[in-house]
Write a protein that binds this ligand. Sequence first.
Ligand code: DX5
Ligand code: ZN
Length: 221
Amino acid sequence: MIAPSILSADFANLAAETRAVAGADWLHVDVMDAHFVPNLTLGLPIVQSLLKATAIPLDCHLMIEDPGRWAPPYAEAGAHNVTFHAEATDDPIAVARDIRAAGAKAGLSVKPGTPIEPYLEILRDFDTLLVMSVEPGFGGQSFIPEVLAKAKAVRRLVDSGELRLLVEIDGGINADTIEAAAEAGVDCFVAGSAVYGTADPAATVAALRARAATAAAAAAS
Ligand code: DX5
Ligand code: ZN
């Protein structure tokens, strides 16, 4: 699955930018509060408008403090996924429960330097693990390959039936890096600059998906 990140889109033309990635599996929406990360993007009112502008499921990535307070309204609004950061709360299980009760899938995200071992148990309460492959805050950064060990570890638990969730990766994904992520067992690839930086974003989504599928099939054989 490919989730274009509208962080790299033209914020003055968001409805048109959703149409530019027709065929995308999810639309990744980066919510930043200028506290959890040193950048400020958009919030609930724009997500509500996006929900009216597109039928593509919204994958909301909350890079914010106090997700227990702010995450459930995104689920109530109709987001498909609501993902928050493990580093931002002491009670991730409660936040996941509230997101699910409000009707969305719950995602847990970890920064590149955050180990996954302390969270393996609680991943039972999540639908998605979002592995950050750059420091959250900005698009256009370089992929950090070391994070793939986390994707591989969780993939093994999914394949053995101990966990049931999607593994998603975010940051620096492009035609050069997507194959290594696919080989590591990633299910969903976020791509911002690599999609919106091209002349035909929808064609780029299809090309990235094909590249990932080929690499995953080769790794499985
Ligand atoms: C970064 C965001 C990403 C960002 C990825 O904090 O979470 O979703 O849009 O952008 P690229 O694909 O350009 O690295
Ligand atoms: Zn993101």
